[in-house]
Design a protein around this ligand. Structure first.
Ligand code: NAD
Length: 350
């Protein structure tokens, strides 16, 4: 199948394939749209079962970045790259350098950063021969703390701000006493739990690994639930912070939360599930809007901006969500569709 006929192809500007025989690198870069600026998006290394699977992933992910950056008011386009291989077994320093050469060959229309399977150390190797790498030099954190290059604190803060505004909008209340179920206590979920606990929320948490669950029970008085039980809890807010496609026919049926606000990418199994949530009276904070804190962080680090400017920009996520909720309401549309419409108006040229 050609790229142009691929089901995930959506007017992508460029899709480039690269095989470096010496290092064994097999990679794809997809640039979805650069109308607002160079396409920024992380590099993912994953043991894809086939090159078809890798292509589908990179086309979907790069498209998602166009929407995310447009809604975060960033002068950036959408792009992403994937390396086919197991990061634990097949990654070598030369492979990372070859990936840097590949990114360089795009001439600056694509800027790469961290994603699953790629760490700051890998980016530094890519940077040896490439001018278009982001996220290797974190200088400041949104709260003035010491930066370590991990954008998760910014993502978690953005989700927290967005969740608080969504609760105010839907339930007319602050977070004190609000019951929030967090799915996944990883880099983002854990930090979100910290913020929510400080505001007096009552937490319910699930993870497939016990490490952070016991700590959350001890430090935040959180109630630990089994992973399969997180959807049907009698709570006010559901915060998905683990994986995608968790909002589907099955889970929406059992949901009792009135607000969904979490960090996970691609939460809706299909766009039509936004309508299902609306019909059920659930307010859905579109994932790529509420989880944009990380890309905002990378942007400010690159621009040599400041912690203060970064924090204000992240806090703008709350205003953007309110704008989406207002317009969606006016037009009787699900929030995911309204967000898509606003983003497309911003990044598509007439
Ligand atoms: P992470 O890998 O650190 O955390 C994910 C957590 O979810 C892990 O603790 C994992 O054990 C848990 N988990 C996996 N399957 C689960 C299940 N079935 N039930 C409950 N828990 C489960 O990842 P992260 O960096 O915290 O990111 C979380 C989500 O947010 C991901 O979808 C990621 O793509 C998205 N995201 C992250 C960032 C960021 O800055 N890290 C930015 C934007 C979006």
């Amino acid at each position: 199948m050609s790229v142009f006929d691929h089901k995930a192809y959506d007017q992508h500007e460029r899709v480039a394939f690269y095989h470096d025989a010496k290092s064994g690198l097999k990679a794809i870069i997809a640039v979805h749209n650069t109308n607002l600026g160079p396409a920024l998006g992380g590099c993912r290394m994953w043991p894809y079962a086939s090159s078809e699977e890798a292509l589908t992933d990179v086309l979907r992910l790069s498209r998602g970045m166009s929407y995310k950056s447009a809604m975060a008011n960033l002068k950036l386009g959408g792009g992403k790259s994937v390396i086919i291989g197991d990061p634990r077994k097949q990654k070598t320093d030369d492979m990372m350098r070859a990936m840097g050469d590949f990114v360089q060959s795009m001439g600056g229309c694509y800027i790469t950063a961290e994603d699953s399977g790629i760490a700051v150390r890998d980016l530094k190797l890519m940077e040896e021969g490439c001018d278009f790498i982001a996220g290797t030099q974190a200088k400041f954190r949104y709260d003035g703390g010491e930066a370590d290059g991990n954008p998760a604190p910014s993502t978690a803060y953005g989700v927290f701000v967005g969740l608080r505004r969504s609760v105010k909008h839907a339930l007319g209340s602050d977070l004190k006493g609000m019951r929030v179920a967090i799915q996944g206590l990883g880099h983002v979920g854990w930090r979100l739990a910290e913020h929510l606990h400080k505001e007096g929320a009552k937490l319910y948490v699930a993870d497939i690994y016990p490490d952070n669950l016991d700590k959350a029970a001890e430090l935040f008085g959180a109630t630990v639930v089994a992973p399969q039980d997180i959807y049907g809890l009698d709570v006010d807010v559901f915060a998905p912070c683990a994986m995608g496609a968790i909002l589907n026919d099955h889970s929406i049926e059992s949901l009792r939360a009135k607000v969904i606000a979490g960090a996970a990418n691609n939460q809706l199994a299909e766009e039509r599930h936004g309508q299902m949530l609306k019909d059920k009276g659930v307010l859905y904070a579109p994932d790529y809007v509420i989880n944009a804190g990380g890309v905002i962080d990378i942007f400010h680090q690159r621009m040599d901006s400041s912690a203060d400017a970064m924090r204000k920009h992240i806090e703008g996520i709350g205003d953007t969500l309110l704008e989406i909720y207002r317009k969606a309401n006016e037009q009787d549309l699900p929030t995911n569709i309204e967000a898509n419409n606003i983003a497309e108006q911003r990044f598509r040229k007439n």
